[in-house]
Structures are given as structure tokens and as C-alpha cells.
Design a protein around this ligand. Structure first.
Ligand code: SF4
Ligand code: SF4
Length: 109
């Protein structure tokens, strides 16, 4: 079985923070601790302002080991309404990444 990870298509992220809440509820993290955090990246030019939202897992992310061992999707994957987080084998996610602009691959230890 290959190493598992998350592929995040942040081009489609709306910045709704649902993944943060779902992760927190799943793990019961206290205030100030997060398994995933969503950052705003703002770029300003003369005629426009562009905002990207970039969700990134932290060291607390265990890829929802309890859920995935039971055959369920990680909490953030299940609850993201934009379907921009995928869970699976890192090698397969890396192949999918080649077709996907604005994406990041997360693979914990
Ligand atoms: S739940 Fe999905 S759309 Fe919402 S902030 Fe997280 S990754 Fe972005
Ligand atoms: S995979 Fe699980 S632990 Fe990791 S960020 Fe998503 S909800 Fe949190």
C-alpha cells in the first residue's frame, strides 16, 4: 500500500473555512490548534485585486487515520462543498496534479 496524502486544488477554494471546522470537530482540538488552516493570499495590481485561498494541513494532520481505516473519507474531504481536497495514494495524486493548475500536495511523515 502506497503512502497517503492530500491533494488540494486551491483554485476552487472559496475560503469558507469548513475544512478547518470539520477537522477541529473530528479531532476535538482546543482553541488555537488546527489540523488545517486557510490563508488568504491577496495580490494587488493597478486595475484589480486577486484573492486566492490556500488551505494547508499542519503537523497535527494525521490524515484522519481513524476515519480512513474505517473506509471513510477524511473529515475535510467529506465536508468541502467545493470538492477541492482529494485523499489517496501520493503517487496517484501527483499524477492528477500534473493536470491541475494551482494545486498543492501534502504528504505527512
Ligand atoms: S472547505 Fe474547501 S472551499 Fe472551504 S476553505 Fe476548505 S478547502 Fe476551501
Ligand atoms: S485529513 Fe483529517 S486531520 Fe488532516 S486536515 Fe483533513 S480533517 Fe484534518
Amino acid at each position: 500500500m502506497g503512502k497517503k496524502g492530500l491533494l488540494i486544488h486551491y483554485d476552487y477554494c472559496t475560503g469558507c473555512h469548513t475544512c478547518e471546522v470539520a477537522c477541529k470537530q473530528e479531532h476535538g482540538y482546543p482553541a488555537g490548534r488546527w489540523g488545517i488552516m486557510v490563508k488568504d493570499c491577496t495580490r494587488e495590481s493597478v486595475d484589480k485585486v486577486e484573492v486566492d485561498f490556500l488551505p494547508f494541513p499542519t503537523d497535527l494532520c494525521d490524515l484522519c487515520a481513524g476515519r480512513t481505516q474505517a473506509g471513510e473519507k477524511p473529515a475535510c474531504v467529506k465536508h468541502c462543498m467545493s470538492a477541492c481536497i482529494s485523499y489517496g495514494d501520493v503517487s496517484e495524486l501527483a499524477r492528477a496534479m500534473e493536470e491541475t493548475p494551482k494545486s498543492v500536495l501534502f504528504a505527512p511523515r
